[in-house]
Design a protein around this ligand. Structure first.
Ligand code: ADP
Ligand code: MG
Length: 395
């Protein structure tokens, strides 16, 4: 990575403000944390800073409170979970830059960790307001960005603050950029991409960017139907983006020109309506009945995709291959997830739903890298510079 990290700067005994991404899923009734992956992912940076006797101020957002205080989006449960993981108290301020935050920061001793309240309670956060950035910067001598999942947003706590403090990457940020960067710039060939999920429109930029990088491109999920339609195949009542058929056709043509082997479903699981308990059939791609919709790839497609993946050395996967949150339509995604877990290749997985799925399967540790950033990993793979990364000091 061409950016400085916490290992390149003196943090010993200094006040360090760390932007973390603790935007974890919470049970709306009990406020219990459903998945603490994002908190655990920040532990290497926090532990390193504690060893260096830094005074650590953590800043995160949670949910979308849109610039006002929302009781159900307070960070106290997150601080409590972090305290459990670290085995030390983690006081949590009840405001972002007010009296409570000031008091919490002032009380820090070397090696201590504290949290500010949900930074998106402040209207200036998402506006990248320089006044808020300065108030946050006043709490510290060094800024560390470890929030890869929010690095594609130019906010006060991810970008603006870097104007007032020496700004470096945390260890999670470094790991994300190293793995995803290698996929984009220097992957071990042959490279395959598996792209699924709901829509072409949200992934077209990454599809086009990857065409010049991969030798195998496998398509699944809702977007596969638009590709099939572009091929002239009947897809019944499947989710179609009518305005993207031409785009899909162009990807098919460009893939052919670039010598990319494009995989589209050859059989599918169809349902008579969009529901977890719909009637289902597994059929050849040319037999989709009127009124039925494609909700998963079928077993022949799984076998076909697996044979195309054998021998590749790098795989990037973004987007489930079917409606994987409903068991009848999860088989394709689960089969491919299990296959990739055993494949002798560098496998990098991104995308919110895709990552949640492999985590639930207990497979996350079987891949080279599972990204903590949904939108951020996608934008990175599109070749875009992320504002939260751009703001950091060059090495
Ligand atoms: P990720 O978050 O991993 O990037 P996306 O957000 O692009 O993935 O897409 C995930 C969503 O796509 C899931 O909610 C899933 O239900 C939906 N999806 C997958 N396959 C289909 C399909 N065949 N028809 C409709 N929706 C689908
Ligand atoms: Mg998603």
């Amino acid at each position: 990575m061409n950016k400085k990290t916490i290992c390149d700067i003196d943090v010993a005994g200094r006040r360090v403000l760390v932007r973390v991404d603790f935007n974890v899923p919470l049970d709306k009734e009990t406020m219990r944390i459903l998945d603490d992956t994002r908190i655990r992912a920040a532990l290497p940076t926090i532990s390193y800073l504690r060893e260096q006797n830094a005074k650590i101020v953590l800043v995160s957002h949670l949910g979308r409170p849109d610039g006002k205080v929302v009781e159900s989006a307070r960070l106290a449960p997150v601080a409590a979970r972090l305290a459990e993981l670290l085995g030390v108290p983690v006081p949590c301020a009840t405001d972002v830059v007010g009296a409570s935050a000031n008091a919490v920061v002032a009380a820090l001793q070397p090696g201590d960790v504290a949290m500010l309240e949900n930074v998106r309670f402040e209207p200036g956060e998402e506006l990248n307001d320089p006044a808020l950035a300065k108030q946050l910067a006043a709490f510290a001598d060094v800024f560390v960005n470890d929030a890869f999942g929010t690095a594609h947003r130019p906010h006060a706590s991810t970008a603006g603050i870097a104007a007032s403090l020496p700004a470096v990457a945390g260890l999670l940020m470094e790991k994300e950029i190293d793995y995803l960067g290698r996929i984009v710039s220097n992957p071990q060939p042959p490279v395959a991409a598996i792209i699924g999920g709901a829509k072409i429109s949200s992934k077209i930029a990454v599809l086009q960017h990857l065409l010049s990088k991969v030798s195998v491109l496998l398509i699944g999920g809702g977007m596969a139907s638009t590709f099939l339609k572009a091929r002239g195949i009947g897809v019944g009542s499947s989710l179609i983006e009518a305005d993207q058929v031409a785009t899909a056709q162009k990807v098919i043509t460009d893939a052919g020109r670039a010598g990319v082997k494009l995989g589209l479903p050859i059989d599918v699981v169809v349902a008579d309506r969009f529901a977890a308990d719909a009637a289902t059939r597994t059929i050849d791609i040319h037999n989709v009945p009127e009124g039925w919709m494609i909700l998963d790839i079928g077993p022949k497609t799984v076998a076909d995709y697996e044979s195309r993946l054998r021998g590749v050395k790098t795989v990037v996967w973004n987007g489930p291959l079917g409606v994987a949150e409903w068991p009848p339509f999860a088989h394709g995604s689960h089969a491919v997830a299990r296959f990739l877990a055993k494949l002798d290749a560098t496998v990098v997985i991104g995308g919110g739903e895709t990552v949640a799925m492999v985590t639930e399967l207990g497979l996350a540790s079987e891949y080279a890298h599972v990204s903590t950033g949904g939108g951020a990993s996608l934008e990175f793979l599109e070749g875009k510079e992320l504002p939260g990364v751009a703001a950091l000091l060059d090495r």
